[in-house]
Design a protein around this ligand. Structure first.
Ligand code: AHR
Length: 664
């Protein structure tokens, strides 16, 4: 059967499931038996995790709460994001490059000011504006010095789109040596698209660098930290791991622009900015102002993983640039620096504070190790050139760090000759996990809930590292995140859960997207400068992540797994920590599906089950920042008698049932 015939059949099958398939189910309850006393696999604590990549302004302009864009004038166009402001005064701005003195952060702005009776300075536009909230405190900092004599004072102003002031402060006495000045002020009004002005008053020459403005109210109130609302949404999923920093960003378009973790740690002003590869990746979504400041670097990723209670899972470049772009590879006899990066990363994360890299971690504020156990070698690499390089990493890392589990890749597709070749090679290796990616239609997800039922149990385990159901879109950026796509993912995820002996980790991708600055959709969470919205796909991830359980137990209908027969998908786990049986049920039909769930081998503690139901009025419904509550879960209690719970599953719904039992 060729691919297009398969696709047509899949679509027909899906529509059959969604319409006629369950008319029968309306009348007749489907009996599902949960074999509570027969666990088949442990659900690894890592099972449901997060994939983070700096795409769609996920880091700068997103999670990283810095409000100033191009704070160190290192963008290709050094004044991008900045505008001169003259108020009864004049002046000029010159960008000076001092590479020999400061290789990491060579440029600064020199402002020659003639404004005895006014001001001259620069306005920063932020990342599609700056989100400012009334009553909140904002922390400003700048590296500054004054050249020669002068009487310059610095005035700092937050202004809204109309130019009205939302907050201001002043700094005087610029010194001849570089000095960091900091000041904090309160915003008097809310504005989603504010700008920030650094104005100089008097006469003289001032040098400015690292001009920064952060909300004080960040995640855990960390200075220069992360956006609290976004991190909270991630925490609510209760993720088992955090994969970072991507994605293709690891690879770079070419090797010179690959992700190099060592350039993302240490003092923030010493982290060398580079262009973000998503800046020019898609002609229809060009983002010429997309760079990586690395304010959110590897230290911050490790810290975030720790905060979320998630295992850190960094992916490193393996000496290969993106094969969709240049496909450049490093010569085999020059692979050492790449390998050294991996060894040094393990030292940075886990090494003693007396070691070079452990000391850096301690100096940055975290003497305790980060407990790194998972490490990815390469992102979506393929063909012999990957295997050749991967094997070098494996040999050295397995010898020196047997405690680290290695993740290899099966390339960008979920099947095909490249995929098959990589798997066949990796089966003969010591890879612990193979990373699989699938961006497919919702129908594919519905059809592939059995994907892992017959997978080889002897080789490396599976990391479903990037997946999302891609459907059609409308005008709204969020419109690809339909309930239909989320429901299809949920159906597929019952298959991942049922096969938790093979699939140890899974993550939806990408994670975050700015509604005005995205390059790729669908995405799990959409945000603007002040708000964030969970997509239906987010709520599915949350349902699975927050209700994972500790062991898989069979959920059987007529002795077989429930994988789409009569439009019903199911999986079940027990939680030995909370003594609950957890059943996940996905009804993709347009009709109510009566089901009768019997617990075999369990002693019920309380005959009240907790139900969480996610559904929508229409399969094409989605949430937006303006209408965030279209598809959200609801919770209720459900009483039952004996060991059987009778449910009427709502049309096109995902239901999670939790039943308290005596010791499991
Ligand atoms: O998630 C977006 C991109 O999709 C990732 O960067 C890449 O790994 C995949 O092709």
């Amino acid at each position: 059967m060729n691919k297009s015939t398969r696709t047509i059949l899949a679509a027909a099958l899906a529509s059959f499931c969604l319409t006629a398939g369950s008319i029968q189910a309306q009348h007749q309850a489907q009996n599902i038996t949960i074999q509570v006393s027969k666990p088949t696999a442990e659900v690894k604590p890592t099972m449901w995790g997060l994939f983070f990549e700096d795409i769609n302004f996920a880091a700068d302009g997103g999670l990283y709460a810095e409000l100033v864009k191009n704070r160190s004038f290192e963008f290709d166009k050094p004044l991008m994001g900045w505008k001169e402001v003259k108020q009864n005064g004049g002046g000029t701005v010159l960008i000076i490059n001092r590479t020999a003195a400061n290789d990491a952060n060579p440029r600064f702005a020199r402002l020659t000011v003639d404004a005895e009776n006014g001001t001259y300075g620069l306005l920063n536009e932020g990342f599609r504006g700056m989100g400012i909230e009334q009553g909140k405190q904002y922390n400003f900092s700048v590296l500054a010095r004054q050249q020669g004599k002068g009487n310059l004072k610095m005035r700092l102003e937050l202004v809204n789109e109309k130019g009205d002031k939302l907050g201001k402060s002043e700094i005087g006495d610029l010194t001849p040596e570089w000095k960091k000045h900091t000041i904090s002020f309160k915003a008097t009004a809310t504005a989603p698209k504010a700008n920030f002005q650094v104005l100089l008053q008097g006469k003289g020459v001032a040098d400015l660098d690292m001009i920064s403005l952060f909300p004080q109210d960040t995640w855990k109130n960390r200075p220069n930290g992360l956006r609290k609302d976004l991190v909270q949404m991630l925490a609510d999923i209760k993720p088992g791991f955090l994969r970072f920093p991507g994605g293709c960003i690891v690879e770079g378009k070419d090797l010179a622009n690959r992700y190099q973790w060592k350039k993302t740690v240490g003092d923030v002003e010493d982290r060398t900015l580079i262009m973000n590869r998503w800046n020019v990746e898609f002609a229809h979504r060009n983002a010429p102002d997309y760079f990586q400041s690395y304010g959110l670097g590897f230290y911050e990723y490790f810290l975030l993983a720790e905060d979320l209670g998630a295992a850190p899972l960094p992916i490193l470049n393996c000496g290969m640039a993106c094969q969709y772009n240049t496909g450049e590879v490093v010569a085999m006899d020059e692979l050492d620096p790449y390998l050294q990066d991996a060894l040094d990363l393990i030292a940075f994360a886990n090494g003693p504070v007396t070691s070079k890299w452990g000391k850096l971690r301690a100096d940055m504020g975290h003497p305790a190790p980060f407990n790194l156990k998972l490490l990815g070698i390469g992102n979506e690499q393929w063909d012999e050139q990957y295997i050749e390089r991967y094997r070098v990493f494996e040999e050295v890392l397995k010898k020196q760090h047997p405690e680290i589990m290695l993740i290899s890749t099966s390339g960008p597709s979920a099947e095909g000759p490249r995929f098959d070749y990589l798997w066949s090679e990796l089966k003969t290796s010591k890879a612990d996990y193979v990373d699989e990616h699938y961006y497919k239609s919702p129908e594919w997800f519905l059809e592939n809930a059995t994907r892992y039922d017959n997978y080889d149990r002897t080789g490396p385990k599976v990391f479903a590292g990037e997946y999302a159901a891609h459907g059609k879109e409308e005008q709204d950026p969020e419109s690809r995140n339909t309930w239909y796509s989320a429901m299809a993912e949920a159906a597929f995820m019952t298959g991942l859960e049922r096969n938790a002996d093979v699939v140890h980790l899974a993550s939806y991708a990408p994670l975050l997207a700015h509604v005005e600055a995205w390059q790729w959709r669908p995405d799990m969470i959409w945000f603007d400068n002040l708000r964030a919205v969970g997509t239906p796909n987010y709520y599915v991830q949350k349902l699975f992540g927050a209700n994972s359980g500790t062991h898989v137990v069979p959920a059987l209908r007529n002795g077989a797994a429930v994988t789409g027969q009569d439009s019903l998908y199911a999986s079940s786990t027990i939680d030995r920590k909370t003594n609950e049986v957890i059943v996940k049920l996905v009804n993709t039909s347009k009709a109510v599906a009566p089901v009768s769930v019997s617990l075999e081998g369990a002693t019920i503690q309380k005959r009240t089950a907790a139900l969480q139901v996610l559904k929508a009025a229409n399969p094409m419904d989605y949430n937006t920042l303006d209408k965030p509550q279209v598809v959200v879960p609801t919770e209720r209690k459900h009483n039952f008698s004996g060991n059987t719970i009778a449910l009427k599953l709502e049309p096109q719904s995902v239901t999670v049932v939790k039943m308290p039992c005596k010791k499991l």
